[in-house]
Design a protein around this ligand. Structure first.
Ligand code: F6R
Length: 579
């Protein structure tokens, strides 16, 4: 969703902001804009792709701010793109978040003579600052912040000054501290090219940055915030010769899996709480929820600890069981639904954990204890390596709690992941790419993998795909089956195998073409399948994870065949920061 960048130092601020916005592209956006001071404020705004407009930006000055917008209030257009200025054009603001009381503030400002150009909530901010500004930008910003209801990370610049004033409440904001230069950004990626030293602003913080240094204030008092080190490398956020970030990230999975398993194994202390838990609730969205369902299955079957997954956006409508452990799972650590769910759980007295991929993300501030996946930056909107990293963390957690029962499966995954990445899915792509609906089915541990396979397919290929527990097909979805409705099935040995084989026959009897992921040399499954995608013969737990990688490849290659925007699918955002 929206991303912000700001630069102050000795380089051309507009160029730094454009590079930064490119780094934030993965979050999703429909328009973007930049403002720079030199000494008056100049603006550039555009809709569409940042890369297409790169050469058109020609703003002077070494102090500037930029923004990628993902439309919430008002259509995607140049007029609704940030930065916004006040009536005089002397103050410019970029904003990430939502000002809930903007309509009321706007009416009041209009009554006092302010004119507005956009439909956005953000535009009230520069007008409010204009009313307070008498030469001291920090003072003016601090006076208007109490009027804003909702969530914000804002950057403000003013004509004739060399400073950026920033404030955070509920939306992420980091300040990179370089040598005589400073970079603000919604996350660490735009900062990496300039420095690894970063300060994560907390809710209620206000920062004032000039070329000479920075100060942070909280409740009017100057305070000191810890300087952290960004662990990721600038090279991690480049495509490195791959056609798409998604493909690159898929090929990183063997390393990501091992790194995450090792990091959980080296720091097992927070897991003791789970051992004593009467029950565990996981809150997550999308792919993170699918990975969490793998965990729930393993917790129940291997550790015998009751574990449920509640979609984070639904959690507020459920009672939180007393003495429950609540784990929030989120790659970005910025998903509003997940953060809100964890806040509620904590207020209700649950013990809270989070599992995230992003150091210092908002979720880590809400949670009592944080565990990290070691996936590195995930740029492609479609989550792949972060899913595998979450599964790796969960498997190692279950392994530790159960006294080593998943040791073998972990080793099998480490051994066979590189081989599975070489899978040939071309015939399967031919079979599915022209369908308008696909069904994905599995049972037991393969069921969340079917859900994830369908999610991956629909989000990047735009083919309608639904995941079902295979046993549910006859309770309704059978009506969809025909020779035009391919079914993708995960059929591995284990307790689900015999009945899964019956399901495959039932599907065949209704003329639906079948793509089956099964074990190598399973002649029976191979015979039923129209296209058979074999994986190595391993334990069921390892097998489903290997199968999930084959499903990622199927989605990826189908999207490439259909020529969609693989890394940035339409209407989607990487970081979903609104509820
Ligand atoms: C799917 C995908 C989304 C995210 C979901 C949660 O490929 O990426 O479904 O999984 O938006 O995001 P996080 O894990 O950042 O909370």
């Amino acid at each position: 969703m929206c991303g912000i960048v700001g630069y102050i130092g000795y380089r051309n601020a507009a160029n730094v902001c454009m590079e930064g916005l490119l780094r934030l592209e993965y979050r999703g956006y429909d328009s973007f804009g930049i403002a720079a001071v030199s000494p008056e404020i100049t603006l550039f705004k555009e809709t569409g792709k940042i890369s297409a407009a790169k050469d058109a930006v020609n703003l002077k000055g070494t102090c500037g701010i930029g923004h990628t917008r993902w439309a919430t209030h008002g259509v995607p257009s140049k007029t609704n793109a940030h930065p916004f200025t006040d009536c005089t054009g002397k103050i410019a603001v970029v904003h990430n978040g939502i000002i809930e009381n903007y309509a009321e503030l706007k009416r009041e400002l209009q009554n006092r003579g302010h004119t507005f150009v956009s439909e956005t909530d953000t535009e009230v901010i520069p007008h409010l600052i204009e009313e307070q500004y008498a030469g001291n930008l920090r003072e003016a910003v601090s006076k208007i912040l109490p009027l804003l209801e909702g969530a914000y990370a804002i950057l403000v610049i003013a004509e004739g000054t060399q400073e950026i004033v920033a404030a955070r409440m509920g939306s992420p904001l980091a300040l990179g501290i370089g040598d005589n230069e400073y970079v603000f950004a919604s996350d660490g990626l735009p900062i990496l090219d300039y420095t690894r030293s970063v300060v994560y602003l907390e809710d209620g913080d206000l920062a004032e940055v000039t070329p000479a240094g920075y100060r942070i204030y909280h409740d009017g008092e100057e305070i000191v915030r810890k300087v952290s080190t960004l662990e990721w490398d600038a090279a991690d956020v480049r495509k490195g010769g791959f056609a798409h970030y998604m493909l690159k990230e898929m090929f990183e999975q063997p390393e990501v899996f091992s790194n995450t398993v090792n990091s959980i194994a080296e720091n097992p202390s927070p897991l003791c709480r789970l051992r004593d838990a009467r029950s565990v609730t996981i809150v997550a969205c999308g792919t993170s929820a699918n990975a969490s369902n793998v965990f729930a299955y393993l917790m129940e079957t291997v550790c015998e600890i009751p574990t449920r997954v509640v979609l984070a956006s639904e959690f507020k409508y459920y009672p939180t069981p007393k003495n429950d452990v609540v784990i929030a799972v989120s790659q970005s650590g910025e998903t509003a639904d997940t953060i809100y769910a964890l806040k509620i759980a904590r207020e209700k007295g649950a013990k809270t954990f989070c599992l995230t991929n992003v150091l210092g993300s908002s979720l880590t501030r809400v949670s009592e204890t944080t565990l990290y996946t070691r996936a590195g930056p995930e740029v492609s909107v479609a989550a792949t390596k972060s899913f595998t990293a979450q599964v790796a963390a969960f498997m190692e957690i279950v392994n530790i709690i159960s006294g080593g029962k998943l040791e073998g499966a972990v080793v099998e995954i480490q051994r066979y992941l590189p081989e599975v990445l070489d899978c040939d899915v071309d015939k399967a792509v031919e079979l599915v790419k022209d369908a308008s609906t696909l069904l994905y089915v599995g049972r037991g541990l393969s069921y969340p993998i079917a859900l994830e396979g369908a999610l991956k397919m629909k989000e990047i290929s735009y083919i309608h795909a639904e995941g079902y527990a295979a046993g549910e097909l006859k309770h309704g979805p059978f009506a969809l089956l025909s020779e035009k409705t391919p079914v993708v099935a995960v059929c591995l040995s284990g307790i689900t195998y015999p009945v899964m084989m019956s399901n495959l026959k039932e599907i065949k009897a209704r003329s639906a073409p079948e793509v089956v992921i099964g074990e190598i040399r399973d002649i029976d499954a191979e015979e039923i399948a129209d296209v058979y995608l074999p994986i190595p013969k391993v334990s069921e737990t390892a097998g489903v994870i290997l199968a999930s990688v084959v499903l990622q490849m199927l989605a990826y290659k189908t999207a490439v065949a259909l020529d969609t925007d693989v890394d940035m699918p339409r209407n989607l955002a990487k970081s979903v920061t609104v509820e």
